[in-house]
Structures are given as structure tokens and as C-alpha cells.
Design a protein around this ligand. Structure first.
Ligand SMILES: *Cc1c(COP(=O)(O)O)cnc(C)c1O
Length: 368
């Protein structure tokens, strides 16, 4: 089955085999070695200085890392501005609400471009806002938010960015220092092509609060995890086998040319997909150039329900992804992460074509 959903992705043989690594106690030195290598490997993806940045590993899906970042890094006397233009920005606001972190919102329609002037004017009005939370790639619609533009004004004011990079880390450019990023949450099973189960936060060391200074959560407290991991230990049991897979996936990414090569490959696959679907009369939901290289959202063909489109493609060996929330009815999404090749895209396009023909035949039959 070819997975065209935005994670988990089809694994390579090398990554899958790594899952069968030896049993290991997370309190032994072999685990320390594994953890240390992965933490360094994650920083290397974007050439970050380990003296200034720390990669903190968490057991859990991407939301665990996002929740850890949001709850652990906003000081008690500080406010958080959350930029919303899809599910994942809204999720960060919801997390902050649950933990009673005072928030401001810059809300946009789903899929809309972020209004940087509005973000600036909110920051201008309230000097207590010390951090801005934003999803880099809003997987809801495929929109890639312009962190450079958002970060420029924040940086001038000394406001840091908390970035949900879960669906961009490893494939999109992320200029941590230049864009004033304080922390970025990521996950193993999207652009890094590893198995689900491990997430992480890359945090600037000077943004970590002193021990016990925030303390909103026990399990997800980033400062505690960071401290224990820097000492070579781990606060809680880690997903050892998933870490084996992540190490293999990071090695593969390095061999393949790092994130720039992955960016190029995704872009090529997404372009082929978009052009092919457009030839079949299927329109992208966002204007050209607004989407990430990772995922594109499309309008469902007229008269075809998501269920029949999804099921028909699944019968032919392809899993696509629905729209979310209010977009569920009219949209579908295609992501090209994981071991997806050019030939897979050709096969996928042929499957869509045959499915649409089958639909047309049924409709013509019904009209007779
Ligand atoms: C996938 C994703 C997440 C996390 O989802 P999980 O189901 O918890 O892995 C968070 N943010 C974005 C932008 C995502 O695409």
C-alpha cells in the first residue's frame, strides 16, 4: 500500500530492519550512546551549534513535542501570541488555554496567508508577549507559512518564535538563528522517514527556563528532559526500537544530501502530481507557490464524494488523506513523504484516471 497521507510514511528497508535492533535497557550506556548520536544528528540536519541548541527527545507523536514546547517555554509572567490559519495553529492555542497560559490570537481563515502587519500590531499593543507560536507548514491546507517575514519583526522586538515544524522539519528550509526561532517541534515519522513514536524539540539553550521555574507539566516538561538527556540519561522510558529506526533514517537523510535534497525530491514529486491531476481536471486548493513541498490540497472532482474517491484509490493500492473540519467535504490531500518514487506517482495518476473513468461510466449509465 502506498501511503500518500501526511505521515506515518512508507519506510525504507534499512529503517524497517533497524526496528529489529537488540533489546536494550534505557539505563545502560549503550542507550546513552544511541540517544547522544540521535540528538547530535537532529542538530546536524540544520547545522545547529550544540553549544547554543539542544535537541530533546520525547516518546510520543508530534503533538507531544508541540505540547511540551508550548507548556515549558512560556515564562509565568509572559504572554504568548498564537498565529492561527489551520488546525495546528488552533491546536497550539487550545494547548495554551488548557494550561491557562495567557494568549493572544492572530486568527485567519484556514489556508489564508498570515497577515504579518496584524501580528506586528498585536505585538506593538502588548509588550508582555515574549513568544509567538506558529505552524510552519499548516498541514490542514498545505500552506507554508512565511517564517522569515513573521520572524523579522519578532526578532527586532526580542520576541522568539515557537515553531510547530512537525510537517516541515527535514524538507523545508528553516533558518533557526536568522528567523529568531526559540524552539521548533518535530517528529520522526514525517519528513525524516522514520517510524512513528518519537518526537523532539530543538530548543535554543538560552530559552530554557531555570529548573522548576515553569512547572506546568510533569511528563512533558522540556527543561527536565533536556537536563537529564544532557547528562546522558533519560527521565522516562524511551521508545528504544523507534530510536534505532530514527538513527537509520537520519543516516539515510545525510547520505541522500540532507534536507535540500529532500526538498528537491518532494518538489519534483509534488509538481508531477499537481500537473497530472490538473490534466485530469482536478484543481489545487491553494494558489501556485503557496504550498509546502510536502503536501498539496486539492478540490474533489465534481460529483465525487471523498469516501468513494478514497475507497476507489485504496482498492487500487493508494491511501490519500481527507480534508479536516470544515474542509472535509470538498477536499483531499496528497503528501509525497516517505519512500515514494517517480514511478509511484505515475501509477497513482493512472489509478485516479481509471477511477474517474469508472465514475463517469456510472453517471452516464444513470442518466440513460
Ligand atoms: C502531523 C502534525 C502534527 C502532529 O500530529 P500527531 O498526530 O500528534 O503526530 C502537528 N503539527 C503538524 C503541523 C502536523 O502536520
Amino acid at each position: 500500500m502506498l501511503l500518500l497521507n501526511p505521515g506515518p510514511v512508507n519506510l525504507s528497508d534499512r529503517v524497517r530492519r533497524a526496528l529489529l535492533g537488540p533489546d536494550l535497557c534505557h539505563r545502560e550506556e549503550e542507550f546513552t550512546g544511541l540517544q547522544t548520536r540521535i540528538r547530535a544528528g537532529l542538530l546536524r540536519v540544520y547545522d545547529l551549534d550544540p553549544g547554543l541548541w539542544s535537541a530533546v527527545l520525547l516518546t510520543g507523536s508530534g503533538t507531544a513535542a508541540v505540547e511540551s514546547m508550548v507548556t515549558s517555554l512560556v515564562p509565568p509572567d509572559s504572554g504568548l501570541l498564537v498565529i492561527e490559519n489551520g488546525v495546528y495553529g488552533e491546536r497550539m492555542a487550545r494547548i495554551a488555554e488548557i494550561y491557562r497560559i495567557p494568549i493572544h490570537r492572530a486568527s485567519h481563515e484556514w489556508g489564508a496567508e498570515v497577515d504579518v502587519a496584524r501580528v506586528a500590531s498585536i505585538l506593538e499593543r502588548d509588550a508582555r508577549i515574549g513568544l509567538v507560536a506558529v505552524a510552519h507548514h499548516e498541514t490542514t491546507t498545505g500552506r507554508l507559512n512565511d517564517l522569515e517575514a513573521i520572524g523579522r519583526d519578532c526578532r527586532r522586538r526580542g520576541v522568539g518564535l515557537l515553531v510547530d515544524g512537525v510537517s516541515s522539519f527535514g524538507a523545508e528550509p528553516i533558518r533557526f538563528e536568522e528567523w529568531g526561532i526559540a524552539a521548533c517541534a518535530g517528529v520522526s515519522n514525517k519528513c525524516l522517514h522514520a517510524a512513528p513514536g518519537v518526537s523532539f524539540v530543538l530548543v535554543r539553550r538560552d530559552r530554557l527556563p531555570a529548573d522548576g521555574a515553569v512547572g506546568r507539566t510533569l511528563y512533558l516538561d522540556l527543561a527536565t528532559h533536556h537536563r537529564e538527556q544532557d547528562r546522558g540519561g533519560t527521565r522516562f522510558t524511551q521508545s528504544v526500537q523507534c530510536l534505532y529506526a530514527l538513527e537509520a533514517a537520519l543516516a539515510e537523510l545525510g547520505c541522500a544530501g540532507g534536507w535540500p535534497a529532500r526538498h528537491e525530491r518532494y518538489t519534483r514529486l509534488a509538481t508531477r502530481t499537481r500537473e497530472g491531476l490538473m490534466r485530469l481536471g482536478i484543481r489545487p486548493a491553494l494558489p501556485q507557490g503557496a504550498s509546502s513541498c510536502v503536501l498539496n490540497a486539492y478540490r474533489l472532482p465534481k460529483g465525487v464524494s471523498y469516501e468513494s474517491f478514497h475507497d476507489g484509490l485504496k482498492e487500487r493500492g493508494f491511501v490519500i488523506y481527507a480534508g479536516q473540519g470544515g474542509l472535509a467535504g470538498g477536499m483531499f490531500r496528497i503528501s509525497t513523504m516517505g519512500t515514494v518514487g517517480d514511478r509511484d506517482i505515475e501509477r497513482f495518476l493512472a489509478a485516479v484516471e481509471s477511477l474517474l473513468e469508472a465514475h463517469r461510466a456510472v453517471r452516464v449509465g444513470a442518466e440513460r
